[in-house]
Design a binder for this molecule. Structure first.
Ligand code: LMR
Length: 338
């Protein structure tokens, strides 16, 4: 073949390749990496998968959601940093984990016994307090999309926890919240902040003696295998803020963003609807394992615990904000004297 013909064929082939790869680029989906620290089989884990399904469906595949559960990609503290850096686009950290980011007001949700039930909790997240807290994330480069519930938290240890005196001297794993720290101290325990991914091993090796969490987390992280006792104290409430990298979110084509908002709205309804039954089922499974004795405290025992931990509400005013606490009390229908 003459040289000139060979050259034209080579040029044509190169242009074809360029066109094909440009086309592929134009069609490459936008990827949302959604990282979280719990098991897939939990209210949050299932909520994330539902969002993936709806988001991919409604955007006709223009958006691909990759869900990374179980701290596979990042642990607690790292995941918020990764979100700010844009290494992941979406997270759902528990509300107790926003303090280290500089938004201490989120710790209002950790005040002991503040929510009498899920309705009281939702009245706060779905009202002005929930919206105000999301606004506070904007300056951190984060946009809040939704609140997802888990449920009431309970205490576990290797000894029965009935009276306040039983907590004395116990090393209790907590999330990175100063309010949770104060709560454990008010019971005479020694709080230890630790990543969720390290909890099982820390309990197994005796680095900590006990912890607090929901049945769903206690079951799926196998905490029940290394804790002989669980007291249904219901003193706290575990829930999440689904958050995205603001720059990424604002940069999305408006049509896609609104499809994703719709997907998030429906995934939120789903996640919140399954939370209570997921926890009830997990509690049944813990019972059935025979490894953890489950204790329901008497009214007097609960009152003793409430009284001991009530000091935390005043103590944390300076950190969380007096007004924030007052607004939360009002929305939740709580009064400290009750
Ligand atoms: C914890 O660290 O105990 C929880 O925040 C884990 C979770 O995300 O439910």
């Amino acid at each position: 073949m003459p040289r000139i013909a060979r050259r034209s064929i080579a040029i044509a082939a190169a242009s074809l390749l360029a066109i094909v790869s440009l086309g592929a680029q134009a069609q490459a989906p936008i990827v949302i990496k959604f990282s979280h620290v719990v098991a897939p089989d939990t209210p949050k884990g299932k909520g994330a998968l539902r969002f993936k399904e709806l988001a991919e469906q409604r955007t006709g595949g223009r958006v691909k959601v990759e869900v990374y559960p179980n701290s596979q990609l990042y642990k607690d503290k790292e995941e918020l940093e990764a979100l700010q850096l844009g290494s992941v686009q979406m997270l759902a950290p528990s509300l107790s984990k926003f303090g280290p980011l500089g938004v201490k007001e989120y710790e209002v949700f950790d005040l002991p016994f503040i929510f009498k039930d899920t309705e009281a909790f939702r009245a706060v997240t779905e009202g002005k307090v929930g919206a105000d807290l999301f606004k506070k994330l904007e300056s951190k480069g984060i946009t809040g999309l939704a609140y997802w519930d888990n449920g009431a938290t309970h205490m576990t240890a290797n000894k029965p926890l009935k009276n306040v005196a039983d907590f004395k001297g116990l090393k209790m794993r907590i999330q990175s919240s100063k309010v949770l720290d104060a709560q454990m101290r008010s019971l005479g325990s020694i709080p230890q902040v630790m990543a969720f991914s390290e909890l099982y091993q820390a309990l197994q090796t005796g680095v900590v003696d006990g912890t607090e969490s929901t049945p769903s987390n206690i079951y799926t992280q196998k905490v029940f295998e290394v804790q002989k006792h669980m007291t249904l104290s219901g003193h706290g409430h575990l829930a999440y803020a689904v958050v995205v990298n603001k720059k990424f979110w604002d940069g999305l084509p408006a049509e896609l963003r609104s499809q994703l908002e719709g997907a998030m709205k429906d995934a939120t309804t789903y996640a919140n609807a399954i939370a209570a039954t997921e926890n009830a089922t997990a509690l049944d499974k813990i019972k059935a394992s025979g490894k953890t004795a489950i204790y329901t405290p008497t009214a007097a025992e609960l009152n003793e615990m409430k009284k001991a931990t009530s000091v935390v509400h005043k103590e944390m005013e300076a950190r969380v904000g007096k007004q924030m606490i007052a607004d939360t009390y009002k929305a939740a229908g709580y009064s400290l004297s009750k």
